[in-house]
Design a protein around this ligand. Structure first.
Ligand SMILES: Nc1ncnc2c1ncn2[C@@H]1O[C@H](COP(=O)(O)OP(=O)(O)OP(=O)(O)O)[C@@H](O)[C@H]1O
Ligand SMILES: [Mg+2]
Length: 318
């Protein structure tokens, strides 16, 4: 089986044919090992050949929530640092000697200490789901009154976190070099159709598809400066996505490819399969009758295949 780099490669095949096993239990760990990133156990395989120098990283991107805690949000994922630095640069902050860290809600300083910067208090209820109440002290603003006195263009840090990504781009655009850095960082989120999220929206409230696209966006921003050729692996990334969202996801894929990255997706969705540069069809059936490569090649050639179930459905689309 060959995986062409710097393009969109799609692994297709009926349910149970062995796609996830091949990619998650053999290819991904074997590549990690070959790149010297980990030494976890891999499934059995004969060998891994090719010019591995063309790859520096391998990333598996799933729909699991981003970040470890409710404290991460779209802003932290694509870098909240510049926004904090911008506030530290304001005159009032300078007079009071408030550094960028003061505008963080993760460390003591400028945050509300009653809710520890959460803006809400969680009350554990026996036998019932926890109840979240707005923090009485800061009224959900997450910061102390002193912090909130520092304003940038009429907005304090709490106001800025409540801006949607689209509004934030408009608010910061064309104002200066620091502001431009913020805009550059959050723009990919808007391009992937997430402009409606607020900068401060807690990651625990994001849908799986939203979390996945935020991860994608983070690679588009980091990558632009310094693209380390990476193989991105997705297992059924379109699960739960609307056709409209699938288009956005494919836009994200294409942007990554333009930056010199490679993409490998396990996918049933014909709208994605037809966009692939290369298809590897696994099968022919599920379970014991699976695990074989039924077809390798372009979508145009796949539809000529007699053995592949995928071919039949792809033919209707092309
Ligand atoms: N640990 C295991 N023990 C026994 N059988 C397994 C194990 N892991 C996977 N299988 C079987 O191997 C086959 C391939 O599973 P795999 O998850 O790779 O399928 P898949 O192609 O990703 O399917 P889907 O499209 O439904 O995700 C299935 O029949 C599955 O039941
Ligand atoms: Mg699977």
């Amino acid at each position: 089986m060959g995986i062409p780099l710097n393009g969109l490669v799609c692994i297709s095949g009926v349910s149970g044919s062995g796609k996830s096993t091949l990619v998650k239990h053999i290819l991904y760990p074997a590549l990690l090992k070959a790149l010297g990133k980990s030494s976890n156990k891999t499934g059995d395989f004969d060998g891994l050949e090719g010019d591995l120098k063309r790859l520096a990283e391998v990333e598996m991107i799933d729909q699991n929530p981003i970040g470890r805690s409710s404290r991460s949000n779209p802003a932290t994922y694509v870098s909240f640092d510049f926004i904090r630095e911008l506030f530290a640069k304001q005159q009032l902050a300078k007079i009071r000697g408030l550094k960028a860290g003061f505008f963080s809600y993760n460390v003591p300083g400028g945050r509300c200490e009653v809710c520890k910067g959460d803006g809400e208090i969680t009350i554990s209820m026996q036998f019932m789901a926890d109840v979240q109440l707005q923090c009485e002290e800061c009224k959900g603003k997450r910061y102390t009154p002193e912090t909130l006195e520092v304003e940038y263009n009429g907005k304090n840090i709490s106001d800025v976190l409540k801006l949607s990504i689209d509004d934030a781009i408009e608010f910061f655009n064309g104002k200066g070099s620091m502001e431009q850095k913020i805009v550059e960082r959050i723009k990919p989120l808007a391009e992937l159709g997430l402009g409606y999220l607020t900068l401060g929206q807690s990651s625990s409230t994001l849908s799986g598809g939203e979390a996945q696209r935020i991860k994608l966006a983070s690679f588009l921003t980091i990558g632009q400066k310094n693209p380390t050729p990476t193989l991105f692996i997705f297992d059924e990334p379109t699960t739960g996505l609307h056709f409209h969202d699938i288009d956005k996801l494919i836009i994200g894929f294409n942007e990554l490819i333009k930056l010199g990255h490679s993409i490998l997706v396990i996918e049933h969705n014909v709208d994605v399969i037809k966009c692939a540069d290369w298809i590897i069809d696994i099968g022919p059936e599920g379970g014991n009758d699976g695990g074989h490569i039924v077809f390798e090649g372009t979508p145009e050639d796949l539809i000529k295949s007699k053995k592949s179930y995928t071919a039949k459905y792809l033919k209707e689309k092309l």
